[in-house]
Design a protein around this ligand. Structure first.
Ligand code: NAP
Ligand code: 8YV
Length: 324
């Protein structure tokens, strides 16, 4: 077995600094500025056995690395990794579940409160000196009192959000493809039925084909004029044109969004829409949580190459064993 320091690990694009540091200290680290497969040199192709990524890893990059055994993704959501292609080639994919769950749930709650109670706009009012000149900030039309919450994606983070919502006194319902065994929350087999039953919809489902534009005009209409929509899942799960139109027309009341379909670009219509709190994908973005994600990413690589098993394999590649 080779010493870890002799094993080539490629970092395509930007990566968390703590992760980079540990990869550089542990492995023979290679770097390319993006995941563009044409940037792979013959020397990299001959030596790289692992990828540590935060940026997309598509099929051409995987194919350009004939010795590749494992792709360790920085993040629990791995929609940017072509995991089906990796699995078909017998390449392990890992992600970073659990260590970020509470942080992202906190962010979802912050977005919900900000969107419903307009706290960022009220702060702007104060900072712009309008309080002494014009008096108190106008009363908010929305309140958390009496709300009914629906969670789209009751997994690890969805459950942590549900616990917080219960403390706020909100009944919780959810939509997944399958009901969660033993869950105390009401299950709806369709997203539109869930939206009809609640006035507060929180999306924390994974991105990808299965959820593409799932939150559409019909779902937003079902949520209704008192509706607040929060998204900490993926922007691809939302029809952003329909969301902007729903906010502009009052079809729903407010939105709190941490994720967008074409990050870091945010559609002008969402920037201009009323009653929105928009964040630049900061759900897990504390030093504490990002360090824990980095450690899990690197520990997955180290475990694979030294013990022959991944710590947190994604479901598509859970069955795989090292080839050598
Ligand atoms: P998880 O435990 O795997 O939960 C995902 C849930 O979504 C599961 O309950 C799953 O239930 C449901 N789901 C999956 N596909 C679905 C579909 N097509 N239709 C309906 N429900 C579906 O994952 P997690 O750890 O909670 O993370 C969830 C997601 O949050 C990540 O994938 C990522 O996109 C996002 N995230 C965002 C941030 C941020 O910074 N904003 C940070 C971390 C994570 P079924 O399998 O029964 O459908
Ligand atoms: C990360 C996330 O910030 O874990 C996820 O799925 O969306 C975030 O925690 C992101 O993956 C890194 O860019």
């Amino acid at each position: 077995m080779k010493a870890l320091g002799e094993i080539g690990v490629l970092v395509p694009g930007p990566l968390n600094e703590h992760a980079r540091q540990r990869i550089g200290d542990t492995f023979a680290m290679e770097h390319i500025p993006t995941g563009d497969a044409t940037l792979v040199t013959p020397a990299m192709a001959a030596s790289v056995r692992g990828i540590a990524s935060m940026a997309p890893v598509r099929a051409p990059l995987i194919d350009a690395l004939p010795k590749l055994e494992i792709i360790a993704n920085f993040g629990v959501g791995y929609d940017a990794v072509d995991s089906a292609h990796a699995a078909a080639k017998g390449i392990m994919v890992t992600n970073t579940p659990d260590v970020l769950t509470e942080e992202v749930a906190d962010t979802a709650l912050g977005l919900l409160i900000n969107a419903a109670r307009e706290l960022p706009s009220a702060e702007k009012w104060l900072r712009e000196g309008r309080w002494p000149k014009e008096g108190s900030y106008p009363l908010t039309r929305a309140t958390l009192r009496g709300r009914h919450a629906g969670i789209f994606g009751l997994g690890r983070i969805g459950k942590a959000i549900a616990v917080r919502l219960e403390v706020l006194g909100m009944p919780v319902a959810y939509h997944n493809r399958n009901p969660v065994e033993g869950s105390p929350y009401t299950y709806y087999p369709s997203l539109v039925e869930l939206a009809k039953a609640v006035d507060t919809l929180i999306c924390v489902a994974p991105g990808g084909k299965g959820t593409e534009k799932a939150v559409n005009a019909e779902v937003l209409k079902a949520l209704g004029p008192n509706g607040v929509f929060v998204n900490v899942g993926r922007g691809s799960s939302v029809d952003e044109d329909a969301l902007a139109a729903a906010l502009e027309s009052g079809t729903i009341h407010a939105a709190g969004l941490d994720v967008f379909a074409d990050e870091p670009n945010v559609p002008r219509r969402l920037l201009d829409a009323p009653n929105t709190c928009l964040l630049p994908h900061v759900g897990s973005a504390s030093v504490y949580t990002r360090d824990a994600m980095a450690d899990l990413q690197v520990d997955n690589l180290a475990s694979w190459f030294s013990e022959g098993k991944a710590i947190t394999p994604v479901s598509e590649t859970r069955h795989l064993q090292p080839k050598s």
